[in-house]
Design a binder for this molecule. Sequence first.
Ligand SMILES: *[C@@H]1O[C@H](CO)[C@@H](O)[C@H](O)[C@H]1NC(C)=O
Length: 554
Amino acid sequence: MLFSTRLPAVLAVLVTIFTVLANAYRPVQFVKHTGQSGRADQAFSLVNYYNTTTAQSDLYVRMWMFRYDSSNRGWAALGLGPQMKGALMFIIYGDPASNDLTMTVRTVDGHHPPRPLDEMKDFYSGDIPDVEVISTRFEPYTGDWYSEQLQAKPSHLGVAEFIVRGYEKFTAPALGIHSDSTKQSMIWSSNFKQDFEGDFSYERSIDMHQFGLGFGFLWVDLLNAKSEVPFFQTIDEVSDHSGLSEIGDPTAPSDEELKKGDAIIAAQLNPGTGDGAPDASGDKEASPPPTGSDSDTSTPGADDGSKVEEPVKTVKQWNIRSWMWHLHGLLLTLAFLLGYPSAIYLLRSPRTAAAGTAFNYHWTINALSSVSVSIGAIIGFLNSRSISIFHQYLGILIVCALAAQTVLGWRHHVVFVATGGRKTWMSAVHVWLGRAVLPLGMVNVILGLMLRRYGWLTISLCVALAVVEVVVLTLVVGQARNRRPGPMQKGGASAPPPADEAEEYFQLTGDDEDEDDDAFSDDEERAGASAEERAKKEGQREEQRKKLAKLDRV
Ligand SMILES: *[C@@H]1O[C@H](CO)[C@@H](O)[C@H](O)[C@H]1NC(C)=O
């Protein structure tokens, strides 16, 4: 009798041992910071534990969300299932100030905000796993992550540790949860904006996730995440995902991963590290094992020793998004440090002026630069997860100004040709906008380099180049002004071109496109053309028209 009542337990132990032998443990962790192909700052780890008493699989979930600036906005979510509909979702939100973090278990019958399970009985009335919340809290952030986008470290870490007992029991339509799956479908999503207005209750309605990369799919190897000891797996946030994939089936565990897993399990089994009970302290720094095993690099609570040696840059950053940022920077640097300045220089240089090609150079190079800016700006916009920092605002302002510049320059030119050289209000605006926009663009290029954390040498060189360019352009434009006939002519700086050359220069470009480029003269507006000059212009209007029309066709 006695034996027979114990038989199931004995068998279960044997099964467990067999399972453990057959399935070495590979830790499962998901780590996503904004900037790592996603608009999220969250992480989680999973341990798949088979409780022999209840004969069901339990999931030990540790969820993290990173908070900047003590923000109490937004939420982070994780769901078991291939899509929102029917997924078993875990959502966390709260306020670091009051150390008030809520974990709520939800589902939904479609693609709208999920609701607590008991509100969804019309949709799903089957078995519901027991979710035992071990700990929810905020901690001051002490990790190594630095957000390039926000130029800050997180201020807080929101932590939830909970056990989903019998998670396979949840069998909502279109769902499939299997503890033996090597590719369990899951979803994640994030929102940084929702203002909970102080209401962090379990049934609090939540706003939609971020648009664009604020949610995603993943496939988790639950089979190899089986552990014969129940515990909450440490999250090593400077490492990448482990035991899961965002693009398809996870790869089979590597020897290295299994070795790491072995060490973690060994640490869990070591009496010195605890009694096998869930590591509820959860504090990754505060629970070092007291025994000699604390040198064990994989002990929950301690960082992997090999990782500690490595710079934070081991975080995989060379993804497509990262390349896109560099392309964005390259295009805008070319435009603002090369294109626009040379367009202005060539317009004002005596040689091109004399050759009558100045205006052509001016508009061609400016057009190319603007194409480069447009592409760069679109890349920047698409690559951004939110518009929230000064560099972005300034960039948008510059793009708007450049669009206006193009229209103003073109309209000014059309009017100029039609009227034979009359300036309009557009000319003046074009000039002033040009004066403002180039230096602002240069500043924003430098800000971008700083955001991307380029070395000080690169940044210093760019600053130096920008300064030199501004100085040279100011001088060149100043000299061009000095070449003008009339009382403003000053002796000296450069040999004034022959009179007819100068005439041509000023007729073609001096009165037309100089508008942009006075940008760099210290400029009093050429005090309204004298009557004499005006008369001269009248006289040459026909000639001008012909010339400009010719240029127009180029
Ligand atoms: C396994 O399930 C039993 C029955 O619910 C429970 O008392 C026990 O604590 C569980 N074991 C673990 C390690 O959670």
